[in-house]
Design a protein around this ligand. Structure first.
Ligand SMILES: Cc1ncc(COP(=O)(O)O)c(C=O)c1O
Length: 441
């Protein structure tokens, strides 16, 4: 039996992150012990498949190092400001505020909206735990709305059903980099007078009716964490077309200085560093080309996998004109594979050299989430009985089934060749052929 794989360990393994900086062992040692006489040669190519970098990234980092301006508060020309302008332009948004992570982008946005105790926020269960954590950091109440099994995205009808008079925010996630149904979600937010914020942490370059995601509602949050399609190790950003919200976010994410917005008395330091911004600017130079490769490979892979009974690739909601393909997800039907369990299917895939993951476990029923029901602060704020009922409110039967059937490939697989896609499909077809034998072994 393979060891249970979390999203992060899977992506880490898939990326081969043996060394934190992605250097070869020799290069890492050299970097740790620089000698003044060492020749100024570029460090060797990383062993890891992800992240990818070349002398442009090295030069960008060294420029910041030598400038002595390592943070945006140093003033003057700033890579962070440059990145914010570039990201806003690329995402067709009027404003961008760079942050230290996707989590802090969400914390900043929720802080700027002054979410707090008593406020309910509706989110999907098929997401990374950070979406949930960003809500509890404000002592607001997260409420889960079930998933649409075909797309793996939040089901807008379930989101509508979860609304109560206490609901303040709709927080859909564009999971795997595929847009959730933004037509239905914006209509819902408008008709109920609610704010919509997109967790687009996995979805840079994803598009809805040809427009990048992130500005359908008040704004969108992105992550540039190590596994992400655009990365600086850690990092994040908020995009918005709303000037007041942009100012509130800017003021929330940095202490000190002249505040442009009316203060709510809350704030933090969630600033991106100049090093991270320099890396992001360098990564942007190859970002679109990588995205195009993922687009083409994902389309081809889906075409091949749809021909295999029991393999159902996640669909794109009707208005989704582009996925970021951070993950490639499909449902696995063991019955069509002679009862071969998903765990054995994954092991057979690994044996065939195709690393895959079972994806998220059930977030809404996890020990981390249900612990909130007995959290003394939450019991005091919302009442013991209400917190006990809250566990029931969060039931998501469609998602329960999805977490048992899902299989993922990480985004780096989609950076391979067309032949690689054929090999993946052939490996799955081969497993199906021998499924009976594999199931008995
Ligand atoms: C859907 C989602 N939301 C939020 C986050 C948080 O981003 P970060 O890891 O940069 O804090 C992530 C990323 O890992 C994510 O995938």
């Amino acid at each position: 039996m393979p060891r249970p794989v979390t999203r992060r360990t899977f992506l880490g393994q898939a990326a081969g992150t043996g060394l934190a900086l992605g250097l070869t062992r020799t290069a890492a040692r050299a970097a740790a012990a620089p000698s003044p006489s060492a020749p100024a040669v570029p460090v060797t190519k990383p062993v890891a498949d992800w992240p990818r970098w070349d002398p442009r990234d090295e030069a960008a980092l060294l420029d910041v190092l030598h400038s002595g301006k390592w943070g945006r508060t140093a003033g003057g020309a700033s890579r962070v400001k440059e990145f914010e302008a570039a990201w806003a332009a690329r995402m067709q948004a009027r404003h961008c505020i760079a942050t230290s992570s996707g989590t802090t982008a969400l914390l900043t946005a929720l802080g700027a909206l002054n979410l707090g105790p008593g406020d309910e926020v509706i989110l999907p269960p098929y997401t990374f735990v950070a979406t949930f954590n960003a809500i509890t950091a404000s002592f607001a109440l997260p409420v889960f709305a079930d998933t649409d099994a075909a797309s793996f995205q939040i089901d807008p009808a379930r989101m509508a059903a979860a609304i109560t008079p206490a609901t303040k925010l709709l927080l859909p996630v564009h999971i795997a980099g595929t847009p959730a149904d933004l037509d239905a979600l914006t209509a819902l937010a408008q008709s109920r007078g609610l704010t919509l914020l997109e967790d687009a942490c996995q979805a840079p370059l994803a598009e809805w009716h040809g427009r990048p995601v992130g500005t359908a509602g008040i704004g969108g949050c992105f992550s540039f964490q190590a596994s992400k399609n655009l990365t600086s190790g850690e990092g994040g950003a908020i995009v918005t077309n709303d000037e007041t919200f942009a100012q509130l976010c800017y003021d929330f994410h940095t202490p000190g200085g002249t505040k442009k917005s009316a203060s709510s008395g809350r704030g933090a330091n969630y600033r991106l560093t100049e090093f991270q911004a320099a890396l992001l600017l360098a990564q942007l130079t190859r970002f679109e080309a990588q995205a195009k490769t993922r687009d083409a490979n994902a389309a081809y892979l889906s075409q091949l996998l749809r021909q295999i009974p029991g393999i159902t690739p996640a669909t794109l909601p009707a208005g989704a004109t582009r996925s970021a393909w951070h993950l490639y997800m499909f449902r696995y039907d063991a019955e069509k594979f002679a009862g071969l369990t998903r765990a054995k299917f994954l092991a057979a895939l690994a044996q065939a050299g195709v690393a895959a993951s079972a994806g998220y476990t059930s977030l809404n029923t996890s020990a981390h989430v249900t612990a909130l029901a007995t959290n003394s602060h939450y019991q005091r704020l919302y009442g013991k009985e209400a917190m006990a009922r809250w566990v029931d409110r969060n039931r998501c039967p469609v998602n329960d089934r999805l977490v048992a059937e899902a299989v993922w490939f990480g985004q780096t697989k989609l950076l391979g060749s067309r032949t690689n896609m054929e090999k993946i499909a052939a490996a799955i077809a081969g497993i199906q052929k021998n499924a009976g034998e594999l199931a008995r072994s």
